[in-house]
Write a protein that binds this ligand. Structure first.
Ligand code: MOS
Length: 754
């Protein structure tokens, strides 16, 4: 149960006044750094068996032979689960009844659709035996040529991109505008496939008791996971209990329950004992989602004064051979720059990969790198400073929809970031700056944007006669600090000090906290908490105001305010009463109420809602070896109300590191012959380590948004990547004069004659 997790008090807590806005340290931090936090794979119930996946070494074809007898001869192997021998499912894993339901590989046939697809599961008394058993299966295959690249297949227009957005959209007429433009920019940018590498791989411990299922597994969406499992196994959702108190990162890969997690549950059913299944690092490169590659062509039209007259953004991307997810990379062009004509379109191919899925800033991460590189090219072509060019094309309404922004402090982001970075000293032409070693120095700018989304959530608030309170919500702390930020909102919502609030979260029996994705969790779960708090306070106030023994009797329309465990008459703060006194007199041990968080459809249709930012990067490049180092990044972000500045800073810095990674390091290298990822490990799939991370600064720019939600929260989980990658690429151009349009930027891209 979540209540077994004792969150220690944060340091830095200001005892009086609002909890919202305080830079509290994360409440689960001590548990994590001392190793006391129990992650899914740390659970070992009595009678536990270990399951290990056997995965395909080919990307397309079928399995013709598995040496099951050899594996079974291993003295500690208990069972081998194969397409021929597995528990029945109540639902076809290839069924798809809503856009958030993705097809899973659950040993439904001998077909292989991608490399690292699970083809069998070996269950044994020890992890070692299960691992050895999986190796003994020595599969044979009938192999077909793998389709691995964006040109390997017939292209088609996807039915929708992202989750249900149209693949073709236009505002104004782009072609005539391009034809009339006094200057045109056309450039094509390529971004690679990237794979999620949370520190914690997907893991599950599953225990069946009859048709009741108890699970430890990391999840960014407990209720969706529970309901998906219920459908697959044909049991009532109430029979499933999922614990997900800690996640070692998710980044989108744990948003929906994955095939391997379900296989762990199937294995436990098959053997009738508790089973633990943990993915090996290389098994993360296949069945648990990834970021699809893109090839994006930007065509920009400009008038003589450097104003955009047309933006055409075409994206070529890829999905798997068996399911639909199309990286919505052109969405950024709908919102960022004023232009009388904007068109976005997509085409795609089907590749022999696992289905690409959400990965931190899906759409905006690769999309902004292309748009912001093209904008930089346009500024250079016009002989303008990149910041001046962006300000010239600044928009106060969302150009595609014509809606005003619910708030937009991007101008202030540009100004504060530029000031902090020292942008005004930047020479306009490239290759003008050197450091004391003679290294080339370049400065680049990228604009950040991410939509302010909300999903649906519910919370239950409790006030008790001992003066304490509780807030229950199945919210997810995947490392972003949700349990701290949400507890701060809970304390304010209940009018209690943080220490007096029991915050219960992280299990599927609690009210639905919504999915922790789309940078929407603080807004979504936070609004449910806020509304639940208001509802229980209203109940308490009704008790007091209707009781003539209460000093609050008859407060009526003037109402009360809740603070520090007391209700105060709004029109006379001398008259107040403690929660405990109200409840004790009413003879109630506790009262509770529920509240929901969801978008306001009226505000949604009236306003465009986005967070924004401006990222400034410095790179230094050795002119002889062409080695690149990012030495400085300053990001200034406006994302509405900041619940916890310390945690927000951590999110923004993390996003900025991802941006550096996107620009210079990350890519899955796919072998064209086998369709396998050659660098499916943390040694060769390059992400920044400490030595690669430069001096980073994240500023938050004040922004009050009265429309996004009552708390004014926009979300910060993903925006940090979006301007940062392009800022680095633009800095590389400024250092060298070389425009690299294929990411990540490699040393060899810069090796041209000096
Ligand atoms: Mo995020 S990719 O919505 O977890």
């Amino acid at each position: 149960m979540a209540s077994e997790i004792r969150l220690v008090p944060s340091s830095g807590h200001v005892r009086h006044g609002s909890n919202i806005g305080q830079p509290l340290t994360r409440r689960d931090g001590i548990l994590k750094v001392t190793g006391a936090a129990r992650y899914a794979a740390d659970n070992s119930p009595a009678g536990l068996l270990y399951a290990v996946l056997a995965v395909s070494s080919i990307a397309r074809g079928r399995v013709t032979f598995l040496d099951v007898p050899a594996a079974k001869r291993h003295p500690s192997v208990v069972e081998v689960m194969t397409p021929a021998h597995k528990p029945p499912l109540a639902q076809d894993p290839d069924a798809k009844t809503n856009p958030f339901m993705f097809r899973l590989d659950l040993l439904q046939s001998d077909q292989v659709r991608y490399a690292h697809q699970p083809i069998a599961v070996v269950i044994a008394e020890t992890l070692e035996a299960a691992t050895e058993g999986a190796a003994l299966l020595a599969p044979h295959y009938e192999t077909l040529p793998a389709r691995v690249g964006l040109d390997d297949g017939e292209s088609f227009v996807p039915p929708a991109v992202g989750v249900g957005s149209p693949a073709v959209e236009a505002h104004g007429r782009v072609e005539p505008a391009l034809a009339r433009a006094s200057r045109r920019i056309e450039a094509t940018y390529e971004t690679p496939a990237q794979y999620h590498n949370p520190m914690e791989p997907h893991a599950i411990v599953a225990v069946w008791e009859g048709d009741t299922l108890s699970i430890d597994t990391p999840s960014q969406g407990l209720i969706m996971a529970r309901d998906r499992i219920a459908g697959l196994f044909g049991i009532a959702p109430a029979k499933i209990h999922i614990r997900s108190p800690f996640l070692g990162g998710g980044f989108g890969s744990k948003g929906l329950i994955s095939g391997p997690q379900i296989l762990g549950i199937m294995a436990a059913r098959l053997v009738g004992r508790p089973v633990k299944l943990v993915l090996r690092r290389e098994q993360m490169y296949g069945p648990v989602g990834h970021r699809a590659p893109t090839r994006q062509t930007l065509r920009l039209g400009l008038d003589g004064a450097g104003k955009l007259t047309a933006i055409d953004h075409h994206v070529k991307t890829a999905s798997s051979s068996f399911d639909d997810f199309f990286e919505p990379a052109a969405g950024v062009s709908h919102t960022l720059y004023a232009s009388p004509a904007i068109a976005t379109s997509y085409d795609a191919v089907r590749l022999d990969t696992g289905t690409p899925l959400f990965m931190r800033a899906p759409g905006e991460a690769p999309g902004s790198i292309a748009l912001e590189s093209a904008i930089d090219e346009a500024a250079a072509a016009c002989g303008m400073d990149p910041l001046a060019f962006r300000l010239k094309n600044y928009t106060e309404t969302e150009p595609m929809s014509g809606k005003p922004f619910s708030s937009k402090a991007l101008r202030e982001c540009y100004a504060q970031g530029a000031e902090r970075f020292g942008w005004s000293r930047r020479p306009r032409a490239p290759r003008q700056m050197r450091d004391e070693r003679g290294f080339l120095v370049g400065w680049g700018l990228g604009t950040a944007t991410f939509p302010a989304l909300m999903f649906e959530a519910e919370a239950r608030a409790v006030l008790r006669s001992d003066g304490s309170g509780a807030m229950e919500i199945g919210a997810h702390d995947m490392g972003q600090g949700a349990w701290t930020a949400l507890a701060q909102i809970a304390a304010d919502g209940l009018g209690l000090e943080l220490e007096r609030v029991e915050f219960r979260s992280g299990t599927s029996d609690l009210p639905d906290g919504g999915i922790a994705g789309g940078s929407a969790h603080t807004a979504t779960a936070g609004m449910a908490i806020h509304n639940a708090g208001a509802a229980v306070i209203a109940k308490l106030a009704a008790l007091a105001m209707g009781d003539e023994r209460s000093p609050l009797f008859g407060a009526g329309n003037a109402g009360v305010v809740a603070r520090g465990g007391r209700l105060f008459r709004r029109d006379d703060e001398e008259r107040s009463e403690s929660y405990a006194d109200i409840l004790v007199r009413a003879g109630l041990g506790e009262i509770d109420a529920r509240g929901k968080g969801a978008t306001d459809p009226a505000a949604q249709s009236a306003y465009a809602m986005h967070a924004h930012g401006a990222v400034f990067a410095e790179v230094k490049i050795d002119p002889d070896l062409c080695q690149m180092r990012v030495t400085r990044v300053v990001g200034a972000f406006a994302a509405g109300r900041i619940i916890n500045p310390q945690l927000v800073r951590s999110q923004l810095l993390g996003g900025m590191v991802w941006g550096v990674s996107f620009a210079l390091q990350e890519q899955a290298v796919i072998d064209a012959r086998s369709g396998r990822t050659l660098n499916a490990n943390l040694a060769e799939y390059h992400v920044p380590v400490n030595a690669d991370v430069p001096s980073l600064e994240a500023l938050t720019v004040e922004e009050h948004d009265p429309h996004v939600n009552a708390l004014g929260i926009k979300g910060v989980g993903e925006i940090g990547i979006t301007g940062s990658a392009a800022a680095v690429a633009n800095a590389v151009w400024h250092a060298t004069g070389i425009r690299v349009r294929r990411f990540p930027i490699r040393i060899e891209d810069l090796m041209i004659a000096d």
